[in-house]
Structure formats: structure tokens, C-alpha cells
Design a protein around this ligand. Sequence first.
Ligand code: SF4
Ligand code: SF4
Length: 148
Amino acid sequence: MLIETVKPIIQDATKQMRICEYVRKLYREIDERISSGDNVCENCKQCCNFEISGLDLFVSNIEFVYFLANVGQIKRSSGNICPYLDGQKGCMVREFRPIGCRTYFCKPAEGYSAGEIYEWGLNKIKSFVRENELPYGYYRWMEVLRSY
Ligand code: SF4
Ligand code: SF4
């Protein structure tokens, strides 16, 4: 359960700070890797509507800790559309969005592999968790937003 892998971290301010620093840097590194490609996003916002896109987005527990620390109150959605999607502006939490959101492009550049960057990022997270003897969890994004 999400709470079992998040609660022991958010109750410890030092752990939480270390995690947030790590995830922040990792996201920056991932964004840099992505921007070297020529991926196209026309900001149609459909991929965040899972009813239409059919995407199944996941998030690790330490990414969620980072998200929570920055976003505060979690928005809930009863349907299958990310509650952080604004019909006009698009993603309202762009800076803190999970790896799955950052790496996905419906029109990827030639040679771009979202899966490769995703796996690279996730392996970095797993190593960090292991080295710091933290609990690890991996969850469906929409279930996290519904249940936290
Ligand atoms: S990645 Fe594709 S589906 Fe998602 S917002 Fe951009 S253009 Fe739309
Ligand atoms: S967090 Fe942002 S990018 Fe990710 S699914 Fe939600 S609205 Fe889309």
C-alpha cells in the first residue's frame, strides 16, 4: 500500500529533504536527456485524459513524496482524467510531474525511446532507495491520486 512506503519517509524531515533533492536533480537530468531529442508535443492535452489515450501511468513512492512536498493538498478525480490537467493551460504541476509524464510523446523524434529513458530513471530511483535503505513502492498514478 502507498501509505506504507510513503508515511515512514514523510515523518522524517531529513529523509524527506534528501529524497526531494535527489528527485529534483534526477528530473532535471531526465529533462536534459529528453531535450536533446526532437520530440513534438502540440499540447492537445489528450494524453492526460486516460479515457482517450489509454495510457497507464505509474509513479514510484519517492517521486510521490517529492510531488506531495511541492504540491501539498492532493487533488482527487472520480473519472479517468488526471486532476492536474487544466483544459486551457495543460499540466498544472509540470515541474513536479512523474517520469512517465516527462518521457511520453505521442510523436517522438526518430530514435527517441521513452522506454529507455524511463527505465534509466527508474533504475536510478531503485538504486537510491536501496543505498539509503528506504522502502520502495510503485503505483498507478490515478490510484495514488484516488487513495492518498
Ligand atoms: S504528447 Fe501528444 S497527446 Fe500528449 S499533449 Fe502532446 S500532442 Fe497531445
Ligand atoms: S501530472 Fe500533468 S502531465 Fe502528468 S498526467 Fe497529470 S496533467 Fe498530465
